[in-house]
Design a protein around this ligand. Structure first.
Ligand SMILES: [Mg+2]
Length: 133
């Protein structure tokens, strides 16, 4: 069997469908973005491994990944499937964050030598302030 081209890890809410805000959000009401569906499925068909990771249900689970998985895995798996997404894996139980910093993240600041640019990372971190209006 041919090796896949690479592994692409996608978020769900706010990326492939709108982000719901507030307590007790109803994920069932969401609809996917058509362009996201076309592009992700196209990448799957080209031979990329597609993984979805979500922090859905982490609020309800009080940050317990295993509990979030128990509450939301089947629902989310079925929703992605019903929406028509082709994927290999789903992980429910990602940490909830206001900013995700990952050297393999799209747009992660890099220096000219390819190393992570910590001055830029620091400045981006300082922009996170949930106390701001
Ligand atoms: Mg998101």
């Amino acid at each position: 069997m041919e090796k896949h081209l690479g592994t692409l890890v996608f978020d769900i809410d706010g990326l492939v469908c709108p982000q719901l805000v507030g307590e007790g959000v109803d994920y069932a009401s969401l609809k996917p973005y058509k362009k996201a569906l076309v592009i992700v499925n196209g990448l799957f068909d080209k031979g990329y491994e597609i993984i979805f990771e979500t922090s859905r249900f982490m609020g309800r689970a009080k940050g317990d990944s295993q509990k979030a998985h128990e509450i939301g895995y089947d629902f989310t798996f079925q929703q992605l499937t019903r929406w028509g997404f082709k994927f290999h894996k789903l992980r429910v139980g990602k940490s909830r964050g206001d900013l995700y910093i990952d050297d393999k993240g799209l747009g992660c600041p890099k220096q000219e030598d390819g190393r992570s640019d910590w001055d830029k990372i620091y400045q981006e971190c300082l922009k996170v302030d949930n106390n701001k209006q």
